[in-house]
Every structure is written in C-alpha cells, then in structure tokens.
Ligand binder design. Structure first.
Ligand code: ZN
Length: 528
C-alpha cells in the first residue's frame, strides 16, 4: 500500500460517494436533465466530501462522452481530472490565497474559452476565507459569467460567505457521515485491501473520525501501520488513547447498584493504567447517550453490536431520567476537570456526584458471605423425615423460616431473585406460612405483577433459600406493609434532609435549574 487509503479510495463517481445521497440525487438529476447552474456552493464540515464532490461534478461537466451524472472515468478529461492535471479545472484554496491578486489572476483567463474541455471549472475551497476585495473581484464574474465558466465553491462556514455571493449560487449542504456508514465503508475498503480486522476496532475508528470519511481513512492508514498490517481492537484503542469501555461498564454497574466503594476502586484501577480522565468522561457521556437511545428506541441497536447485551442490561438498570442526569453530570464534570485539584480528584468527584444524585434504593444489607444455607442449623429429626426434600439439601427449622418470612423486607434482600420477580417480591407482604403453604399479599395497585412466570421464579428462589419445598400463593390486598412501601417511606424521610442541602451548593442549584422539579421531587436521594 504505497498510496494513502484516503487518496486511493477517494470516490470517483457519484455512486461511490458515501452518506450524501440527498445532494447527489439533486445534482445527478440536474446533470442528466442538462439543467446546469453556473455556480454551486457546497457547504459542510471538514472531510465530508466537498472537494471530492466538486471534482466529480467537474468530470460530469467535461467527460468527453457528454454531460451526464455518470462520467465515464476513462476518457482523457476524466482521467486527467482524477490525476489532478486537467488544464480546464482550476483549483484555488482560499485559505492560503486570501489576497485579491490571486483571485484576479485566476479570473483573468475566465474570459478565454476552455483549452480542451466543454467548461472551465473553478473550484474554490474554503471560499469564506477570501478577502472582501477578492470576493468583489469574483462577484463581477459571477454576475455575468461567460457561458463556458462554472464555479464550484466549497466552505465549512457558509455564514461567512457574503450574501451577494450566496444569492448567485445553488447551495448544497453536505452532512456529517454517521459512524455506521463510515464503519461499513472501512469494512469495504479493508475487505478489498485484504487486511484483517476486528469489527470493534472499526467502530472505534468510525467514532473517532467525527463524521469525516477522509479522517476515518487516514486513521485507518495509521491503524494498519500501528497494528503491523492488522486492525485489532486493542491496538486501535492504544493508538487512539481510547478508554477501555469495560471500565465504563463496571462504573455504570457500580452506580446502578449504589456501590460507592466499587466505584472508587474502579477509578483507582483506571488511574493505575494512566488512562486519561478527560477522555474517560467523554466516553462515559458517549456511552450514556447510547444507553438513552437504546431506552428510547431499542430497535436502533444493531444485532451485531458487540456490546449489545451490556447496553441492554444498563438501559434496564437505569430510568430514562437517571441517564439524563448522569449525562449532565458527566458533561459538567468534564468541563470542570481543569478546575479540579487534579484529574483524578475531578473524575472521582464526578462519580461520587453521580452516586449522590441517583435515586438509590436504601441498601438492603446483603451479607454475601452468609446466604441461607450457610447459616442453616443442623436438621432436626422431624425434618429428616420430610420426604419432599432432596437429601443433600440442608434444612432449616420451620420456626426459623417463619421468623425470617415475617421480616419479609430483609428476606427479599437475601434471596436470589431479580428482574420482575424481584419487583413482585418488593411489592408483597408476608401473610402466613402453613406447612409448605406460603401466603403473600400484593396491593391491588400492583396486582399486574401477578404473573405466573414471576410467581414461579419467586417460589423457586424461596424454596432454594429455605432448602425446603414451598407452595407460594399470592392474594391481592394486604396492609401495604411491603418492602417497596417501606423503602419509599425511608426515602421520603431522608429526602427532606437532602433537599435542605440544595440551596447551599451552586452545582446542585444548577442541576436543579436544569432538571427543574424532577430532581427535587424524585431524583435526589440521599445515599445510605
Ligand atoms: Zn469521461
């Protein structure tokens, strides 16, 4: 590969131009119907294909076969334009030629007929950089253009182009190219170059390219060199200085679980790896944005997305409001990083802020080291006779079970049940235990949770915990003395205290302004 990929794979016809379908369609139609304008303005951020498009238009206008949206690519005019040595194509980079003299020089020979082509084509890149007098010189030609002259102006900043010029141009706005399109183009190029690659590496490159195909291909060149002929995730990550996303995933999981110590431990590990905390906050905001998209539009998540399962899991672990709040805190944290005593302090403070403002459920003390069976007492002779229980299961005395069931909220924190079954458990209260018959009650307002699938899961978790068979029956009604309700009351009490601190913290005040009453009423929760 001697030729840089960006040059080698530069689109040579409209069909190869990626991500600008709307502009291509309009220009192609005009060309095939021979409705030619004498001046075009192509606006768009860097690397989206403005000058590439301008050259394709130049070919379409001068192809020896005839004016069409599909220049042959083989004739003298086409090949010379591709090679950058066509005598009737004049390119000027206004950024380096702002003076009126170079513009005059360029326009001087506009009056003369083209040497070999149908049209003299002037491509003026970064046209907004021209000086006022240079614009005036150009305007004269724009006002009364000779029939054989075409202008194609390109700019990243159309607002700086004088309105007198704008009004004489047909304007097209090129879009930033979405990462998915860039990724598939990189995949295409690598396939044809016969270079091995890992898809996550291409995702990283596509994101880093910031909507520019040219930058994406340059980065790809670098990545191939960096990876000694292969494009692998680890090597690309290193090249881009990108944060390993597994760190971010565990940060978010710790946040979801309200686990402060785990959060700080993860930050310490990141510091030990000398990761950039600025980049980490940026990646975190990007990740939060993706989670928000998954929450709003789950279909947007590609089936082959390598982080698919984790994204879905995180999207379920937070409410949409939580994600909005975390995003805001990440952005603020990044902005304030320069003011922090050091990057590590700034980063960890941002994490703790996230933790402090998430509506964390009051910690259900789950002593992981003492699950049900470990604390089980030796079986009594009465229970040894129980035929229903598998022999290897350690039994618990019946009285003990009833006591534990009576403290239903603590028990729910100990049994292994998640998802909707856990939600069901949180909304139940203990009624009675009679032999294997366990009766719970769920308030009328939450009876939609009474699904056999969830009930069965809860029954299985309780059976597993107590090491004896239980037949679960859940009726509706009860006194409302459920873990969910108790937690709610605990939260309300602490909320009052938390709200009292709001007025004292300018950052909090800013958040409250941004999030209005929502933060105050439902999102601010003290941590346990
Ligand atoms: Zn041709």
């Amino acid at each position: 590969m001697t030729l840089a990929l960006a040059r080698k794979w530069r689109p040579r016809n409209f069909g190869e131009l990626v991500g600008q379908d709307h502009v291509v369609r309009a220009i192609s139609n005009a060309l095939s119907q021979n409705r030619l304008h004498h001046a075009y303005l192509l606006a768009g951020t860097r690397g989206v294909g403005k000058t590439t498009l301008a050259r394709i238009i130049a070919k379409a206008l001068n192809c020896e076969i005839g004016v069409s949206a599909d220049p042959c690519g083989k004739c003298g005019a086409c090949t010379e334009i591709d090679a950058g040595r066509y005598v009737d194509l004049l390119e000027l980079d206004a950024a380096s030629n702002t003076q009126v003299d170079s513009m005059r020089e360029l326009l001087e020979n506009a009056l003369y007929a083209p040497t070999s082509g149908r049209f003299k084509v002037y491509i003026i890149d970064e046209v907004h950089m021209l000086s006022r007098s240079a614009f005036n010189a150009m305007l004269k030609t724009l006002e009364e253009p000779p029939a054989h002259v075409k202008f194609i102006l390109a700019t990243t900043d159309p607002q700086k182009v004088p309105v007198t010029v704008l009004s004489r141009c047909l304007q097209f706005n090129l879009k930033q190219i979405p990462p998915a399109l860039i990724r598939s183009q990189l995949e295409n190029v690598l396939g044809r170059e016969g270079v091995q690659f890992e898809t996550p590496a291409l995702n990283l490159l596509a994101r880093a390219a910031g909507g520019s195909m040219r930058d994406a291909l340059s980065l790809l060149d670098q990545a191939i060199a960096h990876g000694a002929g292969k494009v692998e995730e680890a090597s690309v990550r290193e090249m881009l200085g990108a944060v390993d996303r597994s760190y971010l995933f565990s940060l978010l999981k710790s946040l979801a679980g309200g686990q402060g110590p785990a959060l700080l431990a993860e930050a310490e590990r990141m510091a030990a790896m000398s990761l950039s905390f600025d980049a980490a906050l940026q990646e975190l905001a990007t990740l939060l944005h993706r989670i928000a998209v998954v929450q709003t539009l789950p279909e947007a998540l590609a089936d082959d997305e390598p982080e698919r399962d984790t994204l879905i899991e995180l999207a379920a672990a937070f409410s949409e409001e939580d994600i909005q709040l975390l995003y805001q805190i990440a952005i603020h944290g990044r902005r304030d990083l320069g003011l922090a005593p050091d990057e590590f302090a700034g980063f960890t403070m941002t994490l703790m802020r996230m933790l402090a403002f998430l509506p964390v459920e009051p910690a259900k003390t789950v002593p992981a080291a003492t699950p049900g069976r470990a604390v089980a007492k030796p079986p009594t002779s009465a229970e040894e006779a129980a035929p229903a229980v598998a022999s290897e299961v350690t039994l618990k005395p019946a009285g003990n079970a009833e006591q534990e069931l009576a403290d239903w909220r603590t028990l729910v924190g100990r049994i292994k049940v998640g998802g909707m079954a856990r939600m069901l458990a949180d909304h139940c209260e203990f009624r009675s235990l009679d032999g294997e018959r366990l009766e719970l009650a769920v308030p009328e307002a939450h009876k939609h949770l009474l699904d056999k699938v969830y009930t069965d899961k809860l029954q299985a978790a309780l059976t597993d915990y107590f090491g004896r068979r239980l037949r679960l029956r859940i009726s509706t009604g009860g006194t409302g003395n459920t873990p969910a309700e108790i937690d709610n009351q605990v939260r309300q009490a602490k909320l009052a205290k938390a709200i009292a601190s709001i007025d004292t913290d300018p950052f909090v005040r800013e958040l409250v302004e941004n999030f209005d009453a929502r933060v105050k009423d439902s999102s601010i929760k003290p941590i346990q």
